[in-house]
Design a protein around this ligand. Structure first.
Ligand code: LLP
Length: 412
């Protein structure tokens, strides 16, 4: 959805420079078409099988994005009361919401039960008991899954790998049957599924298939013991290509292979993709402020920083950087850095890129997922605007924060 036309970078049919000029930078821009195409790719690949795509709200929780997905019939994977609040505001159907996360508070559980969500993905043996108690006091019955830890290596960045025995997530798959058995005595909860999420940004998806196989044998055991397990939730979706020379697999191929493993079991298949739906659909626009040289390096100083996009600083993540206008000029090897007072504040390191001048605009690619949602006000920097492009139209879906926004709620 992002392409050059007459040397200018477009999102769908909108010249990104027009947005940068009118809205200023830093500014996130998302392509509606790209988001919906990716969501539809999951939907098409799962057709004919009972399924529910629960978009992982954490990846990009802007109301306009959620509303568009809700309109298409998407479900949602939430990890906090705040995310549930957003989904409801955006018109999402609570009956298609699953609640993941390992530290649900009693207040969040109560909020979710009152809203009538579909399922809780529980991360310990204590959670079903707490949900049971709260559901009992509200006079409702809740459905839950246990998130099992299959001890499979997702082969991704250690901070976003979650399926190994020494990770904090889920319950050991070997202990799961016993925990499910114990919940049979709880009157206000019903075990309806098994869930599993081994990590994010997974490019070689064979570990997900391996985990799915392990989950399926657990389901068979549970069913043979009379538990009414009717769904399996496989957690997040595919990784994406952050580098031009890196090819992520197709969503269709991933789901086809998954179907081969689990499609005949008669279970509803749930999946919670985030990154693969919104990641490629977004860029972060930034403007070059200065060019600077140290004895050892060239620096391109831009107006976006680690507070706007923390992925490079936090995970050493690579994001392609493209000029909004292609010129004939030469190239340079530089660090692209922001104004924040930390050496870790970089968007790219030792990057070969166009020899840009102050005043020119750049697009930081694949920033639609875990971009704005991880932004902060560090260094008292107002968070940037968010824009949604639809065809030849665009609109601001979150305005740039002001200085007043920075001090909201504070007192002298
Ligand atoms: N379900 C659960 C239970 C999760 O923990 C996650 C991501 C997802 C679904 C969505 O996974 P995806 O389809 O996006 O891979 N901030 C990091 C990513 C953290 C992912 C956390 N969990 C980053 O910027 O790479």
């Amino acid at each position: 959805m992002f392409h050059y036309k007459d040397r200018r970078l477009f999102c769908e049919q909108v010249d990104l420079e027009e947005i940068a000029q009118k809205i200023g930078t830093p500014c996130y821009v998302y392509s509606e078409q790209s988001i919906m195409d990716a969501w539809q790719a999951y939907e098409d690949a799962l057709s004919g099988l009972p399924h529910l795509i629960c978009y992982a709200v954490k990846a990009n929780s802007n109301l306009a994005v959620l509303a568009r997905l809700a309109r298409a019939g998407s479900g949602f994977d939430i990890v906090s009361g705040g995310e549930l609040f957003r989904v409801l505001k955006a018109g999402g159907d609570p009956a298609r919401v699953v609640f993941s996360g390992m530290g649900k508070t009693a207040a969040e559980i109560e909020f979710a039960l009152k809203a009538g969500i579909r399922n809780f993905n529980c991360e310990s043996e204590f959670e079903p008991a707490l949900i049971d108690e709260i559901a009992g006091s509200l006079g409702v019955t809740a459905q839950f899954s246990l998130r099992v830890n299959p001890d499979v290596d997702a082969v991704t960045h250690p901070y976003i790998s979650t399926g190994l025995r020494d990770h904090k997530f889920g319950v050991d798959i070997a202990a799961a049957t016993e925990i499910y058995r114990k919940t049979l005595s709880l009157r206000n909860v019903r075990a309806s599924g098994v869930s599993c999420h081994i990590g994010s940004q997974i490019i070689d998806y064979s570990p997900i298939l391996e985990a799915a196989g392990k989950v399926l044998s657990l389901v068979e055991t549970l069913q043979s013991e009379g538990l009414g397990i009717d769904h399996i939730d496989l957690g997040g979706g595919l990784g994406i290509s952050y580098q031009e020379n890196e090819d992520a697999p197709l969503i269709r191929d991933f789901i086809t292979d998954l179907r081969d493993r689990i499609g005949r079991a008669g279970l509803t298949v749930m999946i919670e993709p985030g990154r693969s739906i919104v990641g490629p659909a977004g860029v972060l626009l930034t403007r070059v402020l200065y060019r600077k040289k140290s004895p050892a390096k060239e620096f391109v100083v831009v107006d976006a920083a680690m507070n706007d996009l923390i992925r490079p600083a936090l995970y050493k993540a690579h994001h392609e950087i493209k000029p909004l206008r292609r010129t004939e000029g030469g190239s340079v090897i530089a660090d692209v850095v922001g104004p924040v007072c930390e050496t870790g504040d970089f968007l790219a390191r030792d990057r070969e890129m166009p020899d840009v001048r102050p005043g020119s605009w750049l697009a930081i690619a694949s920033a639609g997922a875990y971009g704005f949602v991880q932004a902060s006000n560090y260094n008292s920097r107002p968070r940037g605007a968010e824009v949604l492009v639809e065809g030849d139209k665009w609109r601001v879906i979150r305005s740039r924060e002001t200085f007043e926004d920075l001090i909201r709620g504070e007192s002298l």
